[in-house]
Unconditional design. Sequence first.
Length: 216
Amino acid sequence: MMSIIFTFLGMMGLTALFVVVTDGRYFGKKLMYWLYDRFGPCLYSGDGETERWHKVINALVLQGNETILDVGTATGKLPLTIAAIPGFRGRIVAIDQSPRMIAKAKAEASRRGLSPRVEFRVLEVRNSLPFSNREFDVVLCIGLLGTLPRPEMLLRELRRVLKPEGILVLSYYRGWPIPRRRWYWKQLDMLEFSPPQTITFRALEDILIAWRLTRN
């Protein structure tokens, strides 16, 4: 009996993960939003990736006064790691569609005394971003684009809010088919970014760092 229960719970967990990763394309957006908001704060609550975040941050060579946008921040691990760097005096805005995720991020920022440095907002990231053109020095978007049905729309928004010569940080999965991986490079080239620098992040996930080349 117990084996049946565990098998059922395992199948439910895999189904929930599938719904979130596929952006609700098969079981509906409402279910996807509910699962992400309800269980996301627990899934993203660990501190085991601090070293990986520092690896990404070191590659950015920040000066300490940058304006930074994190799109799809989840529980805010990356922006909080940046804000905690000694001497960082810049401005960070971190957004996510999940109220529970943002609530957890705000609580952690308050606990660590980082609230003045990071502004967390609940926003639907699939729509136009409510920021000015060329507002940010660095735009981060990790673990999100691969879940979107039309990631090119968000990519255009990320470029719009990024300053000339600003830094764009994305992630992609090495398990994707080659045509899909090439799509990333093609989109970045069309949007006039530099050829991306690649950093190994997780077992199957890389980080791409590209610079906006033009002033248009």
